[in-house]
Design a protein around this ligand. Structure first.
Ligand SMILES: NC(=O)C1=CN([C@@H]2O[C@H](COP(=O)(O)OP(=O)(O)OC[C@H]3O[C@@H](n4cnc5c(N)ncnc54)[C@H](OP(=O)(O)O)[C@@H]3O)[C@@H](O)[C@H]2O)C=CC1
Ligand SMILES: Cc1cn([C@H]2C[C@H](O)[C@@H](COP(=O)(O)OP(=O)(O)O[C@H]3O[C@@H](C)C(=O)[C@@H](O)[C@H]3O)O2)c(=O)[nH]c1=O
Length: 312
């Protein structure tokens, strides 16, 4: 795909060791006229085969000094900000750390990006909503019910108040596979548990529109190409409960569904409250970007192929 840009773009990605960051690097490194600066905590955990196509910078976004020095060195034209503490329970139990990374880290990036006039794409979440009446459109009013959601919402507001040309991409329950991840996701968790013969409790009364990470990365690329501005809801189109997702995963891999134990979220104790019914209406990105997400079953198929390749 031609990026549709004449001059060279230097695209700086935060959270490049994460699931989305990994796929963004994979997608961008072979584009013409694009220099990829992949950043993350410590060393790169990206596949060794990508190494010669991008530059790695160890960058803790909560360090203003590290952020400024990486921006001075590479002078990015675009920032895709995917780094965050994404575990809702960790954020709830360690609010100060969550604030420092998710809010102040975002502020450091925005301030540095302002000095270089970057286009800034920020990853946000369905957890900015309270989940009382999803699925949501972009104009709905956020009202986060947990601390992770609050920090992401504060990040959104910082960006809106900036002088940057910005886009906020909100997404939902992202699934996929990549090397060296620091968090799992619903398909991997269900598959691994059932393969080990383990009974798992799965929630029946939450609603989500799960998102294949490759679809999300494609949407981010489209937005960078168009320099889209505003808030965009990017997710799968199917509204499903985690229990339905678990059943579909078990069916796909031919695993024993009797190991799936249905539970209500109220009986299921987690330190961060989860919004019950979220998910997105994605008409805006369908209309403006021609974005068409895969079905959940196709998404499992794509992930399964990658698992097979990794095993072979
Ligand atoms: N996953 C999901 O279901 C959803 C994700 N999102 C948002 O999408 C974005 C990408 O998510 P995803 O890729 O799935 O998440 P991951 O947790 O896989 O990736 C996030 C990355 O951020 C890195 N990170 C954490 N703290 C810092 C820091 N101080 N400085 C630099 N990097 C840091 C982590 O590093 P390390 O790996 O070393 O810990 C990790 O690699 C996030 O902003 C998230 O809020 C929104 C909705 C749903
Ligand atoms: C751990 C666990 C999860 N679940 C369900 C609940 C939940 O909807 C789904 C995923 O659970 P997790 O705790 O992994 O994730 P959770 O924090 O609920 O998911 C979120 O991640 C962050 C980053 C986001 O921004 C959100 O979009 C969102 O999808 O699986 C169970 O049913 N049983 C379990 O034992």
């Amino acid at each position: 795909m031609n990026l549709g840009i004449e001059r060279y773009e230097t695209i700086l990605i935060t959270g490049a060791n994460g699931l989305l960051g990994h796929k963004l690097v994979q997608l961008l490194i072979h584009r013409e006229h694009v220099l990829v600066i992949a950043t993350g905590l410590g060393e790169s955990r990206l596949p060794a085969s990508y190494a010669k196509y991008y530059q790695w910078e160890s960058m803790d976004i909560s360090s203003e000094e590290q952020v400024n020095s990486v921006f001075e060195k590479h002078r990015p034209t675009t920032v895709i900000h995917a780094a965050a503490i994404t575990q809702a329970d960790v954020c709830e139990e360690n609010k100060e750390k969550a604030y420092i990374v998710n809010v102040l880290g975002t502020k450091n990036l925005i301030q540095a990006a302002e000095r270089f006039g970057c286009y800034f794409l920020y990853l946000s979440t369905d957890f900015v909503f309270d989940g009382e009446n999803g699925p949501y459109i972009e104009e709905d009013q956020p009202n986060p019910v947990n601390y992770y959601g609050r920090t992401k919402w504060e990040g959104e507001q910082l960006l809106k108040q900036s002088n940057l040309s910005w886009a906020i991409v909100r997404t939902v329950l992202v699934y996929g596979v990549a090397e060296g991840l620091s968090r799992s996701n619903i398909i991997l968790w269900v598959r691994e548990s059932l393969m080990a013969g383990k009974t798992i409790q799965v929630v029946t009364d939450q609603m989500r529109t799960p998102t294949l990470v490759e679809d999300l990365a494609d949407a981010c690329l489209l937005m960078v190409m168009k320099k889209s501005v505003g808030i965009f809801h990017v997710s799968g189109a199917e509204v499903l409960t985690p229990f339905q997702m678990a059943e579909m995963t078990a069916d796909y891999f031919g695993l024993d569904k009797r190991l799936l134990q249905p539970v209500n979220a109220s009986t299921f104790t987690q330190s961060a409250k989860r919004p019950p019914k979220t998910g997105f209406i994605i008409q805006k990105v369908q209309n403006e970007l021609n974005f068409e997400p895969k079905s959940f079953t196709s998404g499992i198929g794509i992930l399964a192929k990658q698992l097979k390749l990794a095993d072979s």
